[in-house]
Design a protein around this ligand. Sequence first.
Ligand code: NAD
Ligand code: GLY
Length: 369
Amino acid sequence: MSQSSQIATTLQVSLEERSYPIHIGPDLIRRPDSLVPYLAGRQVMIVSDDNVAPLYLASLISALPDGLDVRELVLPAGEQHKTLACVERIWTALLEAGFNRRCTLVALGGGVVGDMVGFAAACYQRGVAFIQVPTTLLAQVDSSVGGKTGVNHPLGKNMVGAFWQPRAVLIDTNSLSTLPVRELSAGLAEVIKYGLIRDEPFLAWLEEHMAALRALDSHALVYAIERSCRLKAEIVAEDETEQGVRALLNLGHTFGHAIETHQGYGSWLHGEAVGTGMMMAAALSHHLGWIDGHDVTRVEAVIASAGLPLAAPADMGVDDFLAVMRLDKKNLDDRLRLILLKQLGDACVHDQTPGDILHQLLKDFPRNA
Ligand code: NAD
Ligand code: GLY
């Protein structure tokens, strides 16, 4: 069997001339033929972080064919390093290497590396090629697909960035074997999100298979990654720059970004904050009379079964939430736009939440002891 025929699945993100494949399968990091066709030229800069590089960088480099000019850059790991300063380090490394417009950046790591490398690629010499090789579950099911790139600002998450699509996404499902348990749970939050916004049967599947996913059962993982990527690819193809339906992918994120920003980047993991944020969105949807108490219990149970926190930080008051939520990128004309649940599997954008109901929700929502 040829190596390329061992790729388990290939999905397509359909964006006309910016279309690209998502390859999903075991051991893709060691399979050069899955990556080489997407290189723009000989110059290749692989950017990783200091947790992922010792695990996978050598395998990726040794799998590349001779004749390429391959450089590497290892950045410090963690959300607190998703900064313009780290992106500048990428640009400096590219300039020092004399890389031109036909270079390719490869992001080897989680969403932090992927978002920064994509942004560096979007701006370097006004735009160069990049490839996503995501190694966290969260990056495999969400951040590596769709072309949202950027960095955090001290005043708000992901406030500086660009839409810039990768040339390809290579998901090596074996890389999840080294992922810390807490990071796996964080990734499951984004998987659950797809079920909640658009795919109730997937939510039901997740309720049944959560234990298998947390035990790294490879069949269950590949199925969940594929189904998540398929849903994301559909939404991105419909609405690349978030003029409409793509906003639904932000379920739980307005509350979640407030938690991440208030607590200090890296304290709560992004997926953890999204998990609690989805609980808050479910509770608010119930207060508005849309979903019933049984639905809220279902949301709570599936989030808990993924090992995610269910209560907000003890030190966050109503005003702490509102101060960050008012800066959210989705807001228009000073109106808070929230993603809420009409039903499980059917989300909507809502900008008419009465202030007193939101205030009550933020006040009453459980806090950590
Ligand atoms: P991350 O990149 O910080 O990775 C989590 C941790 O796991 C890091 O310490 C990393 O070094 C380590 N790690 C990564 N792969 C590993 C592996 N295989 N084995 C062992 N350790 C490994 O975090 P994340 O959860 O992947 O991504 C979160 C980021 O993604 C946030 O900044 C969030 O805003 C962003 N995001 C972006 C989008 C988008 O559409 N662009 C979507 C969702 C989230
Ligand atoms: N994770 C949100 C988006 O890609 O739109």
